[in-house]
Ligand binder design. Sequence first.
Ligand SMILES: [Zn+2]
Ligand SMILES: [Zn+2]
Length: 277
Amino acid sequence: MRVTFLGVRGSFPCPSPTNRRYGGNTAAVALHVAGEPPILLDLGTGLPRLDVSEGREDGRPFRATALVTHLHLDHVQGLPFFPPVHERGTELDVYGPRQDAGSLRDAFARLVDPPYFPVPLDDILGDLRFHEVCDDEFPIGRATVTVRPVPHLGPTVGYRISWDGGTLAYVSDHQAPPGLDEVDEAVLELCDGVDLLIHEGQYTPREFPAKADWGHSTIDYALRVATEAGARRLCLFHHDPWRSDDDLDALVVEARSAIRGATEEVMAAAEGMTLTV
Ligand SMILES: [Zn+2]
Ligand SMILES: [Zn+2]
């Protein structure tokens, strides 16, 4: 399975001369296996960067599945600007967490309701189908997807995807406990022995106390999750929008020196980076 990072930033899009290497677009990742429609992880502002020509050489309509962790803007804002959404024939199955009130479809309809966007959901030409999940396991083509709730602010889930011989866990926004000292059982289940864990690392331990209830983790905590779950590779994601390339480089070097257990590698996701799992 090929993993392509389209947007790696948390909170808000933040392109700047100091973060050009890692990029300024928000959460969006694409998974590809030859011969099957792609699986998208979150729909942040990186999404429109996806090369949609793959698998459509004969002019077939675009088909894909999107696994959305939650509906904060940094995870959905790319959807209305994703060109295939406005093409007749497009089929996009969007999975996302069951909401506290109203349907998932209603929540997405509010995202594009004028005056925030000029085309209401009912007028969008592509066929967008919404599926509510929480604690589930289901197939998508030859992939098996496991969904578990993840602590954050508002309904949030994480995903485990086994596809074409590789297994990946995607745990973006994740509220670490105040003491950064234990890991939620459902999160450990998602990440258990995966080949690649994509996990947020928004803060440093120094920054965390002032933002301990903002819904996020630290880089050290991401490494703790990887170590406890026995994840082979950890890819830090959802970088703080104020973090420069140079700062992030230094934090990755520091994290590498703390690798333990079955975890062999720590890296930071960058826009345009591709991994094979
Ligand atoms: Zn986020
Ligand atoms: Zn969030």
